[in-house]
Design a protein around this ligand. Structure first.
Ligand SMILES: NC(=O)c1ccc[n+]([C@@H]2O[C@H](COP(=O)([O-])OP(=O)(O)OC[C@H]3O[C@@H](n4cnc5c(N)ncnc54)[C@H](O)[C@@H]3O)[C@@H](O)[C@H]2O)c1
Length: 247
């Protein structure tokens, strides 16, 4: 077990990629804070982890709200006494052309994806810097590396996360803290299925473009491990998924 004794906070862990990541981290011995704006989902995932023998705490949090983020980190330290890993996974999207986008849609996406990543990172660093160790993994997206019509706000938020990752990695390297990012490609989660027709989903599968949430488990476990400490500031881009011989 690579993460025995470590404590991990994973945001957006009630569903999709975050859910898969907490299973991966718990499987390596980490204690988990399952953080999600949907409290019921967080409780259900934490219960599942505990059934499997892990230690888990469910926290309801909107990562775009500073006071809620501070309370989440305090609850983590109160329960587990330390904090070693943060996975900034919570995210939301809005599609729409810039010429037609209203302020609220823009602010919501930037608020959760970018401000949320900043708020959670700042809050955990108050604990990681004094202990001289820590791992932060941010969730960008292939769309943060490539533009798409209707994807400006989402893509801009994810591109900003990539730069945030590089800058923060340089700020905290001296404390033994690493900061990396994953950039998932198309991944079959409720987030991806929302607002897509069955025909679009079928076409994406036919072209072999669709990955599974579990695909990220080994990568995130590695980036959070001792061995993963040689990498900081990188973004692992996952544009195309290798076919697994499934039809
Ligand atoms: N699925 C994809 O194709 C894909 C591709 C690239 C990047 N991503 C990124 O991966 C991450 C996870 O996406 P997913 O596909 O697993 O989505 P998902 O919708 O299955 O899960 C996202 C979770 O985040 C939670 N969440 C949303 N807003 C929140 C907030 N303000 N505070 C706390 N929790 C909040 C949701 O309740 C949900 O449980 C996101 O950052 C997303 O942008 C996904």
């Amino acid at each position: 077990m690579h993460l025995e004794g470590k404590v991990a906070v994973v945001t957006g862990a009630g569903s999709g990629i975050g859910h898969a990541i907490v299973i991966g981290l718990a499987g390596e011995g980490a204690s988990i804070v399952v953080a999600d704006v949907d409290g019921e989902r967080a409780v259900a995932v934490a219960a599942k982890l505990e059934e499997a023998g892990a230690e888990a705490l469910a926290v309801t949090v909107d990562v775009s709200q500073s006071d809620q983020v501070e309370a989440m980190i305090q609850a983590t330290v109160d329960r587990f006494g330390r904090l070693d890993i943060l996975v900034n996974n919570a995210g939301r999207a809005a599609r729409g052309f810039v010429s037609e986008m209203d302020d609220e849609a823009w602010d919501k996406v930037i608020g959760v994806n970018l401000r949320g990543t900043f708020l959670c990172s700042r809050a955990v660093l108050r604990h990681m810097i004094p202990q001289r160790s820590g791992r932060i993994v941010n969730t960008a997206s292939g769309l943060g590396l490539r533009g798409s019509p209707g994807g400006a706000v989402y893509g801009a938020s994810k591109a900003a996360i990539i730069n945030f990752t590089k800058s923060l990695a340089q700020e905290v390297a001296r404390y033994g803290i690493t900061v990396n990012a994953i950039a998932p490609g198309v991944t079959d989660t409720p987030f991806w299925r929302a607002n897509r027709s069955e025909a679009e989903i079928e076409e994406a599968y036919r072209r072999g473009l669709v990955g599974r949430a579990e695909d990220f488990m080994p990568l995130v476990v590695f980036l959070c491990s001792e061995a993963g400490g040689i990498h900081s500031g990188i973004t692992v881009d996952r544009e195309v998924f290798v076919q697994r011989g499934e039809s």
